[in-house]
Design a protein around this ligand. Structure first.
Ligand code: 5GP
Length: 239
């Protein structure tokens, strides 16, 4: 971001669990300067090595409900039986510090942010197909079978919302996806700067453009079909 007086660019990233989102987000935060991760509040229990104030702020349901009543959330939603929410103060702090803000939130939260921050850039990460997602969820061996099945059903539902996002990134090869995600963030900054672009910058914008919704519709058809999501209007039939 160029100057503290400018409003922060807000990037929303959503993905079904098991899509490789956390890895991509971590790589992005390492590679791109002046980008803050919005640490959400949640009522779910910490997993594995998660620490309070690092991945999430872990709070009780009564604490979370008080924050709702006090109007502290920019958006909040119930996901898998737990509350999750983005505190307004992160947006204020990003603005004060001249930084952009990255939100890792679900499709319900993304819809609320799109209402409150209409120029937010939204990115949906998709697994290459249902089988790959199932394999990745099993490999994590974090969840019981019934939870894996529930996550797959939720994934199919979430994926139906893909067309509410500006960019769709199919996470097939991690390294390539990571490069494209970084290009999307940089491209939005370059476009906002309004200045003429160098040829390298123009290549970054072109790389990001390949993931714009309008450019990926045909490629999405077989992926959506694998999740039995409705067909894309105007898209080609799967081979
Ligand atoms: P997990 O519990 O696996 O970390 O996250 C479950 C889901 O909650 C993910 O889809 C994640 O993007 C979403 N999530 C995390 N933080 C927030 C938040 O602040 N708001 C909303 N709406 N969803 C969130």
């Amino acid at each position: 971001m160029s100057s503290p007086a400018q409003k922060p660019l807000v990037y929303i990233i959503s993905a079904p669990s098991g899509s490789g989102k956390s890895t991509l987000v971590n790589e992005l935060l390492k590679a791109v300067r002046d980008l803050d991760f919005s640490i959400s509040y949640t009522t779910r229990a910490p997993r594995g090595s998660e620490m309070n104030g690092r991945q999430y702020y872990f709070v009780s349901r009564p604490e979370f409900e008080k924050m709702i009543r006090d109007g502290e959330f920019l958006e909040q939603a119930e996901v898998f039986g737990n509350y999750y929410g983005t505190a307004r103060r992160f947006l204020r702090e990003a603005e004060q510090n001249g930084r952009d803000l990255l939100l890792d939130i679900d499709v319900q939260g993304a819809a609320q942010i799109q209402q409150n921050v209409p120029d937010a850039t939204s990115i949906f990460i998709l697994p290459p197909n249902r089988n790959t997602l199932e394999e990745r969820l099993r490999k994590r061996s974090e969840d019981r079978e019934e939870v894996i099945q529930r996550r797959l059903v939720t994934a199919s539902r979430e994926i139906e919302n893909y067309d509410r996002y500006n960019y769709i990134l199919v996470n097939d090869l991690l390294e390539e996806s990571s490069e494209i995600l970084q290009a999307i963030v940089r491209s939005e900054r370059l476009l906002r700067s309004g200045r003429p672009l160098s040829s390298e910058e123009a290549r970054t914008v072109a790389l990001a453009d390949r993931c714009r919704l309008a450019s990926v519709r045909d490629r999405l058809q077989p992926i959506l079909a694998s999740f039995s999501a409705p067909a894309i209007p105007g898209g080609n039939s799967p081979p």
